[in-house]
Design a protein around this ligand. Structure first.
Ligand SMILES: *Cc1c(COP(=O)(O)O)cnc(C)c1O
Length: 428
């Protein structure tokens, strides 16, 4: 058994001072049992804990680390920028550069506003959609996570799901009465919602490839259907690409699936590992934002030079070179190896993958939505998780989270991972 003595000591202290010992709930390992390790440093595809253990990392700080941890170029960009000041509260040139990059990557985005987290991005996009359409209702899908803003914290994924409280305490029913929650990949329920609420639906918000209840993909024609029905009803289609943006392609899921949403939300990768969010879309909609229009949105640290310097560096690195081909190849290698390992161990696993995002569900049924995902054997996942951790492979500590590859992963590390998984699967 590897030692976690130092992590255990720190966690005991943390529990006295920080609720649950963590600053974001999924980190607490509650879904798999045991205690989290404390990170000393991270480099490339590896995370090193305070007890000196070395893990191959498939969490990638929950998505942002697409180039791996602490890429030299990004670290240098942050250092060089910090020397000149860390926040100004008045425009800086990096804001224009970042806006150009986001608009170039996602042509549906004609104007973009920077903010400080994915939660801020989706919260603001919803406010904007309501202000623009002068309608109150929004449709979201169960299992999709859009951050922790009140009106979106209904049947949400990620930690909200892992802990079995998809609806948070402290959110007044009145705040969510305009949120219509429907199953993903189900055409009829969306049609019915538009019929039942004529002229009242401001928009539909979704993760185009939901990655906060594990990972499942839109069925053929589903995204096209959502695009058409929103257009026909003068409602807005809002892609929450906080996770998928710059990950599934340089232009995100909207490029990969060739859909043009009205508004898009970004975060994670575009901050290069620093806190960031952004939302953007059609000019006529974006111009409803203050100071041009009546929809208020603001932020003391928005457009922060450090976060933008890091993000710009990552986006430029992804723009040239064959990062996405490399990620696809690594993903295919991992998928093939894990499928084979599960088969020879006789353990039923449904493996879903899009590019560098993946999830293996411990179930023999296909997984297309939250209901399917809930059929997975969580106890089995917990054993798998701990078995892999012991062998130096770090997956997200919940069956309902996606795994992420980075360009820093090597084929040798993937092979090591497959061998470790094969070993653990035989014990399940
Ligand atoms: C992570 C995530 C968010 C929330 O972003 P934060 O930066 O954690 O606030 C929103 N939407 C999606 C799809 C996410 O994956």
């Amino acid at each position: 058994m590897i030692s976690h003595a130092r992590s255990q000591k720190l966690f005991a202290e943390a529990l006295k001072l920080i609720p649950g010992g963590v600053n974001s709930p999924v980190r607490a390992f509650r879904a798999v049992g045991g205690q989290p390790f404390f990170v000393d440093r991270a480099q490339g595809a590896h995370v090193f804990d305070v007890d000196g253990n070395d893990y191959i990392d498939y969490v990638g700080t929950w998505g942002p680390a697409i180039l791996g941890h602490a890429p030299a170029k990004v670290v240098r960009a942050i250092q060089a920028t910090a020397v000149h000041g860390t926040s100004f509260g008045i425009p800086n040139p990096l804001e224009v550069k970042m806006a150009k990059l986001v608009c170039a990557a996602a042509p549906s985005v004609r104007k973009v506003r920077m903010c400080n987290s994915g939660t801020e991005a989706t919260m603001s996009a919803i406010r904007l959609a309501r202000g623009f359409t002068k309608r109150d209702k929004i449709i979201k899908f169960s299992g999709c996570y859009h951050g922790h803003a009140d009106s979106l914290l209904v049947k949400a994924g990620s930690g909200a799901l892992t802990f079995g409280h998809p609806d948070s305490a402290g959110v007044p029913a009145a705040f969510t009465q305009h949120t219509i929650v429907l199953p993903f990949n189900d055409v009829e329920s969306v049609k019915a919602a538009f019929t039942a609420n004529p002229g009242q639906i401001a928009g539909i918000i979704l993760e185009p490839v939901p990655g906060n209840a594990g990972l499942y993909v839109p069925l053929p024609g589903y995204l096209e259907f959502l695009r058409e029905i929103t257009k026909a009803n003068d409602s807005l289609l809002i892609f929450d690409e906080v996770m998928t943006g710059f990950r599934l392609a340089w232009g995100g899921a909207q490029q990969r699936y060739n859909i043009s949403p009205d508004l898009s939300c970004f975060g994670k990768i575009i901050g290069g590992g620093l806190p960031v969010g952004a939302f953007g879309g059609r000019s006529d909609i974006m111009d409803c934002l203050a100071p041009l229009g009546p929809v208020y949105q603001a932020g003391t640290l928005s457009g922060n030079p450090l976060a933008l310097a890091a993000g710009i560096c990552v986006l430029e690195e992804l723009a040239d070179g064959d990062a996405y081909n490399r990620l696809e190849a690594l993903g295919a290698q991992l998928e093939a190896g894990l499928r084979e390992a599960a088969k020879s161990a006789g353990v039923p696993v449904r493996f879903n993958r899009v590019g560098s995002m993946f999830c293996g569900y411990f179930t023999d049924r296909p997984v297309h939505n939250l209901e399917d995902a809930m059929a997975a054997d969580r106890a089995r996942f917990a054993k798998y998780f701990h078995g892999l951790l012991e062998l130096g492979v770090y997956l997200a500590p919940s069956q309902f989270e996606a795994g992420f590859l980075s360009t820093a992963h090597t084929t040798a590390e993937i092979e090591h991972t497959i061998a470790a998984a094969a070993k653990v699967l035989k014990t399940l």
